[in-house]
Every structure is written in C-alpha cells, then in structure tokens.
Design a protein around this ligand. Structure first.
Ligand SMILES: C[S@@+](CC[C@H](N)C(=O)[O-])C[C@H]1O[C@@H](n2cnc3c(N)ncnc32)[C@H](O)[C@@H]1O
Length: 275
C-alpha cells in the first residue's frame, strides 16, 4: 500500500504497531490456549504475533511467493502450520478460538464471502470470534477489475454481507493506523497528478506529507476526515475498519434478537448502541 510514495522506511512498521494496539484490544479476552486460523496471511506478520500469544496458529496463503516468506518467517515457531492453499477450498483442521481475516474479504465477491464465512462457522469454538480488517469505502460497493481486482465495500455493505452469512457483528472500529497513511497516499497521488513529472520529487514531498500528517497522529486521522465530511468532501476515499463477528445466536421465541451491536465507524473507541 505504501510503496512508491516516498514515505520513510519506518512507515510500515509504524502502521503495524498502531494496528497491533487495536488487535490486542480485540483479542485481549481470548484464552492463550486457543488455536488461531490466519486466512490470507501474506508474509505472516500477524501469524508471528498470534504465535507468540496463542497455543497454535494455522496460516493459509494462496500466493506461492508470499507463502515462501510466511514459511521462512514462521520457521522458528513450532506452533505455526503454514499452508499454501486457497482459503475458499481449505478445510480447517480442528476448532479455532479466533479466525483472523486481515484484508482477505476484499479479494472475494459477496457469494465467496458467504461461502467462506459459512465454512468457518463449523470450525469455530462455541465462544470463537472472527476478526476482520478490511479496506472500506463510504457508500455501496466498488469493484476494481484489471491487474488489481478487489471489491471495496462500505461498512453498511459489510454489515449486510455478514448478516446474510449468519453472523452477528459485535463491533466495528475505524483502523486509524491505516487511515492516516492512506491520507498521505491520497495527497501524494494528487500531488503527482497536478505537478509536472520533473518537479514531483517524491523522496522530499512524500516524506514532507507523511511527517506533516504524523505530527498530528492519531487525532488528525479522525478529525480531518470528519471536518471534510461536514463540507461534503470525502477524504480519504479509502478507509479501513476492524470488524468482530460471531455466528448468530438463534432468535428467541419472542422474535427479538438479543445481539447488541457495539458500533463505532469512525472513532477508535468502541461505543455501545443497539441495532
Ligand atoms: C491485503 S493482504 C494481507 C496480508 C496479511 N493478512 C496482513 O494483514 O498483513 C491479503 C492476502 O490474502 C491473500 N489471498 C487473497 N485471496 C486469497 C485466497 N483465496 N486464499 C488465500 N489467500 C488469499 C493474498 O495473497 C494476500 O497475501
């Protein structure tokens, strides 16, 4: 996401550390004895974190190149099983207390998301959770074709997709650590679009924009989009959210679902509210 923008090499690490805080909060109550299924694990940064925190991790990555990096990264963790497979056809071995989908759903259409989530229901422990981290847009669904094929969905669209797949949404939380570099990326893109190529000077301008925004982190990643929203300007266009799900409990006889939705689209704190 951040390559080719002139950002400092520490930018990726800074984002990961920020996301780590949010993930740690979400998985904080889970027993350390559980198994974790990391689907679409990429090079295995999260796999490594889960391996240190939980008893067993099974990580599935479809790309042979990324799988090789995953295999190397996890080689010093005997509790990690790296698998080179398609998450849709993979048959999870055993029961899992946590399934992590870190940016996988945007590569799947709605039908495949439902299939995947349906398959996961049977491998979750009774109190098991699914934690998703997904790129989001403000409204509806946007499908990109061509070299980079992805489906960007709004939070509301995800809510519907999850409900259709038989899941309750326990919380939604804006991923501030992602939104801030995304703002920098979009500003750099605008700069490149409006300035002659010989004047672009990315190593200087990219760093200037990155550090300028980082000075106000984390509040600016919340306040700037909100202010601009109020003026009718969507910035950044792409956002990112954490979603915590669990299989829907059967609706009680009186017809009222007892699930309470803890919901915060924009702020870092999860707030209570009812659906
Ligand atoms: C956005 S990356 C995120 C990687 C990692 N979860 C992280 O958060 O750093 C999504 C990953 O999912 C993998 N992926 C996409 N479709 C997949 C599928 N059907 N089965 C397994 N992996 C898949 C991609 O190769 C990529 O590594």
């Amino acid at each position: 996401m951040m390559d080719g923008f002139g950002f400092p090499s520490s930018a990726g690490h800074f984002r990961f550390r920020g996301e780590l805080k949010a993930v740690t909060k979400s998985v904080g109550n889970l027993r350390s004895s559980i198994s974790v299924l990391d689907l679409g694990s990429g090079m295995g940064f999260w796999t490594e974190y889960f391996a240190q925190r939980f008893a067993r991790v099974v990580s599935v990555e479809a790309s042979p190149t990324l799988y090789e990096s995953l295999r190397q990264r996890s080689s010093s963790y005997p509790n990690v099983t790296p698998v080179n497979d398609d998450a849709l056809s993979f048959k999870p071995p055993g029961k899992f207390g946590l399934v992590f989908l870190g940016g996988l759903l945007m590569y799947l259409n709605d039908k495949d998301v439902r299939t995947l989530l349906g398959n996961l229901t049977s491998c979750l422990e009774p109190d098991g959770l699914i934690l998703c981290r997904e790129s989001t847009i403000r409204q509806g669904t946007q499908t990109l074709q061509g070299d980079y094929q992805v489906v960007y969905r709004s939070v509301e669209t995800y809510e519907k997709v999850f409900a259709d797949a038989g899941f309750d949404l326990l919380s939604v939380q804006a991923n501030i650590a992602y939104i801030y570099p995304q703002m920098a990326c979009e500003l750099v893109k605008k700069w490149k679009a409006h300035v002659p190529e010989r004047l672009v000077c990315l190593p200087v301008v990219g760093r200037f924009i990155y550090w300028g925004l980082r000075l106000g982190y984390p509040w600016n990643a919340e306040v700037i989009p909100r202010l601009l929203d109020g003026m009718g300007y969507a910035f950044p266009k792409l956002t990112n959210h954490f979603f915590v799900l669990r299989p829907s409990s059967p609706t009680p006889a009186n017809g009222r679902a007892d699930a309470t939705l803890r919901h915060s689209h924009h702020g870092p704190e999860v707030k209570e509210g009812t659906r």
